[in-house]
Write a protein that binds this ligand. Structure first.
Ligand SMILES: [Zn+2]
Length: 470
């Protein structure tokens, strides 16, 4: 098979370009990770499936990949405006546990959700609270270059001193900045906090550190710049995130890194996953929806598996918004089941795997080529169906479907969730009931997800909890 040149859409240049890593044979990828104060909803998961598809395709290209995802466990404030409360501190107050415990529980659940979606672990999970010295050092570099100022409540980046600021969204101070600037002690709406001072009155923060500017905590944006540099060096080949990161978070990451490190461009290719729409609206966790956006557990009552959800995400290109509907999800589940049935039927024939005939070999090439044009998953899925419906012998088609399904993490040959014995299920359900009585909803949600991963659904009613197998 021929290795086709990989071309990727770059949000910075707004063009599809050939991908050439800075160091031949090796690619570095940084993905903005979750703020771990609550459950990640389905919209949050889309960028991680994108990052996973990307790293799989890079490896197919024969590249050695180093992938970093960060875990935001401090510094992300409730209103994104460098004001308001730290999301982790607030969740800790509400649940009565420590901020680090809140972070631990939601991080574990996030990782479990990724596993269920067949998203591979990155090479490095980078936690903000474990990289405070790196963040302080980067702020000092910016300070030494005269790019910061001290406001009432923290140290800010002075965007007026950076003529290149805002290149990613091509806006010096966008409407988004005007939205998030209210009430902050800033010179310009686009300026952003690098270090926030701990409040001198009111409740004491749990997460705070000494610094050259006083006791406080880092701003949200500096963590990504500092951690990416620590783990990947001063240049990154590809940086991924959600489309909601472009206007503020990623413009700020660029400003910090390029000025502190003296490199331009810091990132070769910026990639952004589009919105997952929920009832026709953008799904954003920070919005106060009456109804919480659905998460992976909400799929099982619809008869949809995590694998079915991943298939559904592939039905649209990652740069196209996708509207979440029960009908579309069930359609994706059925389609994936049909492909799985072919793979299973092929395996049951006991025929030794054979290399695909020339007709099927051409389809395999077509599948790889589709992925090499800006990760065109819908086109790759269409090729899977051409293989499924081909006149070639069943074992040959089944073998190729299994191989290509594995390439994009569809798990067509994966066994259904293992059955656990009743005693273990009962003990997990009992632990969950105790957690619910203690109003430890984070733990109770984590146990519910653990049971679901074992193929067990728990249903709560005023009379108590019951469970059944999927
Ligand atoms: Zn980030």
């Amino acid at each position: 098979m021929t290795v086709t040149e990989l071309r990727l859409y770059n949000s910075l240049t707004r063009a599809i370009e050939p991908f050439r890593p800075r160091t031949p044979g090796r690619a570095t990828v940084y993905s903005c990770g979750p703020t771990v104060y609550s459950r990640q909803h389905l919209g949050n998961m889309r960028p991680y499936v994108l990052a996973d598809l990307l790293t799989r395709v890079l490896r197919l290209q024969g590249l050695e990949v180093k992938h970093v995802i960060n875990i935001t466990d401090v510094g992300h404030l409730t209103d994104d405006a460098d004001q308001g409360e730290d999301k982790l501190e607030l969740a800790a107050q509400r649940s009565g546990s420590s901020a680090l415990e809140v972070a631990r529980v939601w991080t574990e659940l996030f990782k479990r959700d990724l596993q269920r979606l067949e998203v591979r672990e990155p090479d490095v999970w980078a936690r903000a609270t474990e990289h405070i010295p790196e963040q302080v050092a980067m702020i000092q570099q910016l300070e030494a270059k005269g790019l910061t100022y001290r406001g009432e409540d923290g140290v800010y980046f002075d965007t007026a001193k950076d003529p290149g600021y805002g290149a990613l969204s091509r806006a010096k101070a966008s409407a988004e900045h005007a939205r998030v600037s209210a009430g902050a002690s800033k010179r310009n709406p686009a300026d952003f906090a690098l270090w926030k001072f701990s409040p001198t009155e009111g409740p004491q923060r749990q997460l705070e550190w000494p610094s050259p500017w006083g006791v406080g905590f880092p701003g949200w944006h500096i963590e990504c710049s500092a951690m990416a540099t620590r783990h990947l060096g001063p240049h990154i080949d590809i940086h991924t995130g959600g489309i909601d990161h472009v206007a503020v978070h990623h413009n700020n990451e660029i400003a910090q890194s390029e000025n502190a490190l003296g490199v331009r461009p810091w990132v070769q290719v910026w990639m952004h996953g589009a919105w997952l729409l929920f009832d026709g609206e953008k799904v954003s966790k920070s919005r106060s929806h009456e109804r919480l956006p659905p998460n992976l557990d909400d799929l099982s009552p619809l008869g949809v598996t995590p694998g079915g959800f991943r298939y559904y995400l592939y039905t649209a290109h990652y740069r196209s918004p996708l509207n979440l509907s029960g009908e579309a999800l069930r359609g994706a589940e059925t389609a994936r089941k049909r492909l799985r049935a072919i793979v299973r039927a092929g395996a049951a024939t006991d025929a030794a795997p054979t290399p695909p005939s020339s007709a099927l070999g051409a389809l395999r090439q077509k599948f790889h080529d589709a992925l090499c044009v800006d990760l065109d998953a819908p086109r790759a899925l269409a090729v899977l169906w051409q293989i499924a419906d081909h006149s070639a012998p069943l074992p040959e088609r089944a073998h190729l479907l299994r191989e290509l399904g594995d390439v994009i993490g569809l798990g067509l040959a994966a066994p259904p969730p293992a059955m656990e014995d009743d005693a273990l299920v009962e003990s997990l359900v009992a632990r969950r009931n105790q957690a619910r009585e203690a109003r430890d909803f984070a733990l109770s949600d984590a146990l519910r997800a653990e049971l679901l991963a074992k193929g067990v659904i728990v249903e709560d009613s005023p009379a108590g909890s019951t469970w059944r197998r999927l």
